[in-house]
Design a protein around this ligand. Structure first.
Ligand code: NAD
Length: 378
């Protein structure tokens, strides 16, 4: 038996934020960060909640890649004035912090007899899909841990592209490549299904069509909307199909060297596609044929699996180039000696990462070491 879980309610489009007007509550907690305050996005949310007469507590200093200390801080805050509504407004970091806080409080204070608050996720990057996933990524020291539990799923996801217009080009590129990586990994995952394949195929087409426009002109709301929807659809795919070793390697790289999540995926993705396809060998794996199918959907040459994989690899590199992303990890400022010194630690983390078991090809330490070294130079 297989399963495809559908949650939350998704409100989308240029006026989607108005869906917040339908939510009833007495006491809300807004989880957000300083960028949301600076760009006036937090004010748009507080205004709506204020009009509804909902008492509001604001936690507005969540930092990128939240760690355990951040979660503990959030738990104390939420415990002090327990809300019946939590609104997370921000990128994946903010949404994951809110998820982890709600989850941890329910685990550590089950006796409090409190009802889980209504949880509304409002993504302001088009990247993680966290608004529809049962995952939360939290850093513990230099390791990114992936919490997986259905109770982490928000109740309502609000996809309003006007909230993404302020994302600068470099973050648009990183997060957009994250979307592509989610789709590619869900598509060839051991847990892929007809349902997740349909979503992943649509996402790959939308990313190649609209991401460059978003990067060139962040104010193009039509392109922003397409990427925002693609990000969410990719989340729907991978929360059901899980991911693969691009993510395992990226989590470890981001945990040890603080490379932004989407960028880490962008720099590892092509190497993993080639490895999953057995590109240096027969190039006849199931993954190779699925990649070739994606190339066909993109109207790229793919008369054989090898030609299709080649086309997809060229297209990924061209997309990175167009958005001036570095070719390899060496271009991110990570020190070469430190990279070699901490390689075994990263490989160990990647091997035990919860995304590894669903990768179509089972890696060992040697394979992961080689993939990191290839991605170093790009
Ligand atoms: P992010 O949330 O870390 O945000 C990156 C930067 O963009 C931050 O400085 C933020 O303030 C800024 N920003 C966000 N929205 C903005 C806007 N509208 N205008 C201007 N600046 C804005 O980046 P992300 O890629 O969205 O999230 C990454 C985190 O999510 C990582 O920790 C990653 O591991 C995790 N993640 C979670 C899931 C999941 O399913 N839960 C999936 C993938 C990744």
């Amino acid at each position: 038996m297989s399963e495809f879980l559908l949650k939350p309610r998704i409100c989308f489009g240029q006026d989607a934020l108005s869906a917040l007007r339908d939510v009833s509550a007495h006491q809300a907690l807004l989880v957000t960060d300083q960028a949301m305050v600076k760009f006036g996005l937090a004010a748009r949310v507080t205004e709506i909640l204020g009009e509804r007469g909902i008492a509001l507590q604001i936690w507005d200093d969540v930092v990128a890649d939240p760690d355990i200390a951040t979660v503990v801080r959030g738990m104390k805050l939420m415990d002090s004035r327990y809300p019946d509504l939590v609104v997370a407004l921000g990128g994946g970091s903010v949404i994951d912090a809110a998820k982890a806080v709600i989850f941890a409080l329910a685990q550590t204070r089950p006796d409090a007899g409190r009802q889980r608050p209504c949880f509304v996720a409002i993504p302001t990057t088009s990247g993680t899909g966290s608004e529809v996933t049962s995952f939360s990524v939290v850093k513990a020291h230099a390791e990114k841990l992936v919490l997986v539990d259905p109770s982490l799923l928000p109740d309502i996801a609000i996809l309003d592209p006007t909230l993404v217009a302020s994302v600068p080009p470099s973050i648009t590129a990183d997060t957009g490549m994250d979307v592509l990586c989610h789709a590619l990994e869900a598509y060839v995952s051991r847990a892929a299904s007809d349902f997740t394949d349909a979503l992943a195929e649509k996402v790959v087409q939308q990313v190649f069509r609209y991401l460059p426009t978003c990067w060139r002109n962040g104010q193009d709301l039509q392109a922003r909307e397409k990427m925002h929807n693609a990000s969410c659809m990719a989340g729907m795919a991978f929360t059901n199909a899980s991911l693969g070793i691009t993510h395992s390697l990226a989590h470890a790289l981001g945990g040890v060297f603080r490379v932004p999540h989407g960028r880490a995926n962008a720099l590892l993705m092509a190497q993993v596609v080639a490895w999953n396809a057995d590109y240096q060998g027969q190039c006849d794996t199931e993954a190779a044929h699925k990649y070739a199918h994606l190339a066909r959907l993109l109207s790229l040459p793919a008369s054989t699996a090898r030609e299709g994989v080649t086309s997809l690899l060229v297209a990924i590199e061209a997309l990175k180039d167009e958005m001036t992303l570095p070719a390899g990890i060496h271009g991110t400022g990570v020190d070469g000696e430190a990279f070699e010194r901490r390689l075994a630690e990263m490989v160990g983390q990647a091997l035990r990462d919860s995304c590894t078991p669903t990768n179509p090809r089972t890696p060992d330490a040697q394979a992961l070491t080689e993939l990191y070294r290839q991605a170093w130079s790009g």
